[in-house]
Design a binder for this molecule. Sequence first.
Ligand code: SF4
Ligand code: SF4
Ligand code: SF4
Length: 273
Amino acid sequence: MSERRHPRLAVWKFASCDGCQLSLLDCEDELLTLASVIEIANFPEASRAVAPGPYDLSLVEGSITTEHDAERIRMVRAQSRHLVTIGACATAGGIQTLKNFADVNAFIAAVYASPQYIATLSTSTPISAHVPVDYELQGCPVNKVQLIEVISAFLAGRKPSIAAHSVCVECKQHGTVCVMVQGMPCLGPVTHAGCGAICPSFRRGCYGCYGPMETPNTTALAREWQALGAAPRDISRAFRTFYAAAEPFRKESVVHADITHDDITNGDQDDPG
Ligand code: SF4
Ligand code: SF4
Ligand code: SF4
């Protein structure tokens, strides 16, 4: 009688820093259990042994920033029964999307001594802009507990149980005193939960590294930041960090990039839609 085949896992890297893959390696004890129920068939960060597809589950880290990667992600999708993106880069384009707001050639010329060797697209885009994605796990980097939950859920054929609420709920769950009431701007009210509200627990504001929560009211939060004395430039920069191209954060960043102190004084800073 033939042995039952383990589900096959593949982990892929596109434009990224490898931090989300390291979250998977950081699972330590859980990885041993995981490895006993799945076949880690393709994970170059962990092993040089790469088995060919097809794969039951592909985890994809990183954004699409070159023509080559745009082609490669289609190959990955074709070999994958389920495809899950992990992290800010893969789900929203990551910090690489800062180039979407500027002239990429000016960046290249400023950074590289021989810019003629650089082949890049003018934008960074999430994986979902190129191929269908089955689930997007947020975070920069992703939380290892949430990552294990997503892997377990897909292997068991169920929906992952990941809370969609904001970091504020995690502050309340941990009994952390709100930093906003102490006069400190915080992106927690519009940021997806998952980190356990680490920054407020150290008396500093959240800066949004888990990206937008499910229904973020960025306009209301920006007004609160203004009331605390934040300048438009600061508000725009806060939204334009890890998740600069995620639509709610992108829109709010553009609103405040375009207004002046006079506009605020006149109450003329509504979102143009
Ligand atoms: S989401 Fe953050 S930690 Fe993950 S690969 Fe991108 S930059 Fe690195
Ligand atoms: S500290 Fe930030 S995340 Fe925590 S409750 Fe206050 S606003 Fe929300
Ligand atoms: S920036 Fe916000 S989401 Fe990121 S770790 Fe700090 S509190 Fe959590």
